[in-house]
Design a protein around this ligand. Structure first.
Ligand code: SF4
Ligand code: SF4
Length: 343
């Protein structure tokens, strides 16, 4: 990507401010796409020194894409930011970011742990991704249970999609190519993690469905306990993949009484867990989660549902007594308790 020409498309109109969850918290233009693009251009043109403060601005972003959705000039801000992070990561001493990149490149995933073996059977494969596998195993097993009711000979492909390289500033192309060899020959990949779904769609030559889409296509008739709940659209699922109705349809069919958050569907607000924000700016990322939780409570929802292991972990780790946070796959598979976290 030619960074300077991508940045110069910005007309500085400020429309992106309206969608930015960070701007709503900080009220600083420096938090918006417009502000960060100007900082980045000044850095690239040598108008300001590459100070730690200026470079850290590049990591104060959830890569949620709400700004790109509103941009009349067609600036794909999150893509500009990924390229900028790759250029500047080495100039910043960000040990956790560097560790995540090195771990992904050297061990195959950002947890630096060994996946359980993949299962290769039929042409439809479930792709759990790292976060469910290493941190919320009940999501992985619930998805497999749901799919196996309808898919004979389900394969399970356990590997990292490479997203940590994109979001923490690593080079991802070779990683994608190596992984692609493992995905060849499958007719359909079904993913649960929205980020995996987006990355697989954009960087691999495979047919991919999110599990909510696959379950609807398979004609699932799920049943859930009586529940008044708000559905939190994960950014990468709603804006990144355009999947907004399928999760709602599944939950309604299962008998869940859904209430709508003010920022929902493609206009969803990030829960604060995207783009590595919890690592770079933990306090700010917790404030974004609190905003989502408070809104759900104000609507009288007893639960906040999502379809994402990362949103689940982030929202559940800070939720108070009055709100349960659940992943929809666990609920639909018959789980009635909160997902246990596995570290
Ligand atoms: S909406 Fe687009 S063109 Fe307008 S300031 Fe934001 S990034 Fe620039
Ligand atoms: S990607 Fe999201 S958090 Fe980042 S600048 Fe755009 S709207 Fe704000």
């Amino acid at each position: 990507m030619k960074l300077k020409s991508a940045i110069r498309r910005c007309m500085r109109c400020g429309f992106c401010r309206a969608g930015c969850p960070l701007f709503r918290e900080t009220l600083s233009d420096g938090s918006t796409a417009r502000g960060k693009l100007q900082t980045l251009l000044a850095l690239l043109e040598g108008e300001i020194p590459a100070s730690r403060r200026a470079l850290l601005r590049l990591f104060e972003c959830t890569t949620c894409g709400a700004c790109s959705e509103l941009c009349p000039a067609g600036v794909r801000f999150e893509e500009v930011l990924e390229a900028a992070r790759r250029s500047f990561l080495r100039e910043l001493e960000l040990p956790v970011h560097e560790w995540m990149v090195e771990a992904t490149l050297s061990t195959g995933n950002p947890f630096a742990r060994e996946f359980e073996a993949s299962v290769r059977r039929g042409g439809t494969a479930f792709f759990p991704g790292c976060t469910s596998h290493f941190r919320v195993r009940e999501i992985e097993s619930s998805c497999i249970r749901l799919l196996e009711r309808y898919v004979k000979e389900l394969s399970v492909l356990r590997m990292c999609c490479g997203a940590p390289l994109l979001y923490f500033g690593g080079e991802a192309e070779e990683f994608f190519e190596r992984n692609m060899q493992l995905l060849e020959g499958f007719e359909l990949i079904v993913a649960h993690c929205p980020t995996c779904t987006k990355v697989l769609r954009e960087h691999y030559r495979v047919q991919v469905l999110h599990i909510s889409q696959a379950l609807l296509e398979l004609g699932t008739e799920p049943v859930a306990p009586a529940l008044r709940a708000a559905y939190h659209d994960p950014c990468h699922l709603a804006r990144g993949c355009g999947v907004v109705e399928e999760p709602r349809e599944l939950l309604l069919r299962a008998g869940v009484e859904l209430v709508e958050l003010e920022h929902s569907r493609r206009a969803t607000d990030c829960c604060g867990a995207g783009g590595g924000l919890p690592v770079s700016f933990p306090e700010l990322s917790a404030r974004l989660a609190a905003r989502r939780q408070a809104e759900a409570v104000s609507l009288g929802a007893g639960a906040l549902l999502t379809f994402c292991p990362t949103c689940y972990l982030h929202l559940s780790s800070t939720a108070g007594e009055s709100l349960r946070v659940l992943d929809a796959s666990v609920l639909l598979a018959g789980g009635v308790h909160e997902v246990r976290r596995e570290y």
